[in-house]
Ligand binder design. Structure first.
Ligand code: NAD
Length: 371
């Protein structure tokens, strides 16, 4: 039996608990099959945290996270309750943003996969989808325009104002995210497209120079540079050309959402936010790209695959358990190939499609791993 891996499971609100249950079901099967030792401890977050302990991120939950090797997060926030409390106490800000800050999560990974079987869910014509889309957007999460100082709005008099945001990157910040991108490319198709605006921005010039330098340590990965405006266009024209897209914070924010649209449903999109590495473990928060989906919560309608794939990313990126992660990916691919569909990815025109609920989907993935 390998070292015990400590996971804080924070399901949160809305569909969070339903999809988390399925992810844990799948993790338990992977644990058995690959002789892992997972210590999974649940704790309240979001409105569940406010109801239980008066805070979106209760002290006990934060303590648990600090003692854990990774956090598997559901989603938080309820549109009918959020406006009833001050902004800074609302779940997304008080829990999720707080966790990102507390654990210095500097790298955001958003994989976008679209198999041929789900071609109908993608807004692009089938002939632009090739044999399927498989892109990993790696976004820097703590620097750039969103955090640079000065950041303020000045009064110029005469009813005029001026807003200032500052884009700042240092070489160590660029180096560390570049390493994350190159390492990820190495375990994929070994292509990395670095996105910048080197034709206009000083930051873009530095970004390009540093990424090129770091790339010399990864001679097996093909590096290309692309201006962000062209990158946005190429994602729509020929998304199959991309393997890993490496972006600074703001460009990554925008392009990861554009890329996400290609997958057809939020219910298919996992994500990882990585922090520091100590020894063989990298701390990270793993969560679906979507929110709490109150419109379908509690009805066994939510697609649990984004949460299940987030758990697979945790095994890969925090724990280095590549085989177990691949087994989960393969199991998800198999149930999709077999025609299982939650409502968000169902098409009545697909003769193979069989509509299933949240639990049935999770059970099918778990069975596909052990089978
Ligand atoms: P949402 O992502 O919750 O829902 C948007 C649409 O996508 C809905 O129609 C929903 O049914 C669908 N959807 C999302 N996940 C799905 C899944 N797994 N399976 C099937 N369908 C799915 O976004 P929203 O409605 O704008 O936000 C609802 C709440 O979630 C808000 O309170 C918002 O603040 C919060 N939110 C939280 C996070 C987070 O915790 N990371 C992220 C986004 C939104």
């Amino acid at each position: 039996m390998s070292k015990t891996l400590r996971i804080a499971a924070l399901a949160g609100d809305g569909i969070g608990p339903e999809v988390m249950r399925e992810a844990i079901k799948v993790l338990r099967v992977a644990e058995k099959k690959f002789a892992l030792s997972l210590q999974i401890t649940a704790a309240a977050v979001g409105w569940a945290g406010i109801d239980e302990a008066g805070k979106a991120l209760p002290d006990a939950t934060l303590e648990l996270c600090k003692k854990s090797d990774a956090i598997l997060f559901g989603s938080v926030g309820l549109p009918d309750r959020d406006p009833t409390i001050p902004k800074e106490e609302r779940p997304e800000r008080a829990a999720l943003l707080r966790l990102r800050k507390e654990f210095s999560l500097f790298a955001n990974l958003r994989p976008v996969r679209l198999s041929r079987a789900l071609a109908h869910a993608c807004p692009l014509q089938a002939d632009r989808q090739g044999d399927g889309i498989d892109i990993l957007v790696v976004r820097e999460l703590t620097g750039g325009m969103y955090f640079g100082q000065p950041k303020k709005t000045e009064d110029l008099g005469d009813g005029k104002r001026r807003a200032i945001d500052t884009m700042v990157y240092t070489t160590p910040e660029i180096e560390r995210i570049a390493h994350v991108g190159f390492r990820a490319a190495r375990s994929r198709r070994k292509r990395l497209t670095s996105i910048d605006k080197a034709n206009v921005l000083e930051n873009g010039i530095l970004w390009r120079e540093v990424v090129t330098q770091v790339g010399k340590e990864y001679p097996d990965v093909a590096l290309e540079h692309m201006f962000v405006d062209n990158g946005a266009m190429q994602l729509m024209l020929r998304p199959t050309q991309f393997d890993v897209m490496l972006c600074e914070n703001m460009f990554g924010d925008i392009l990861s959402d554009e890329a996400a649209a290609l997958a057809g449903s939020l219910g298919m999109l996992p994500s990882a936010s990585l922090g520091t590495t100590s020894g063989e473990l990298t701390f990270g928060v793993y969560e679906p790209a979507g929110g709490t989906a109150p419109d379908i919560a509690g009805k066994n309608l939510a697609n649990p695959l984004a949460q299940i794939l987030s758990a697979a990313m945790m095994l890969e990126f925090s724990f280095g358990e590549q085989k177990a992660a691949t087994a989960i990916h393969d199991a998800v691919a198999r149930v999709i190939d077999d025609g299982l569909r939650t409502g968000d990815i169902y098409s009545a025109t697909d003769p193979k499609a069989k509509k299933v609920g949240t639990q049935e989907m999770g059970t099918a993935v778990a069975a596909a791993i052990s089978g």
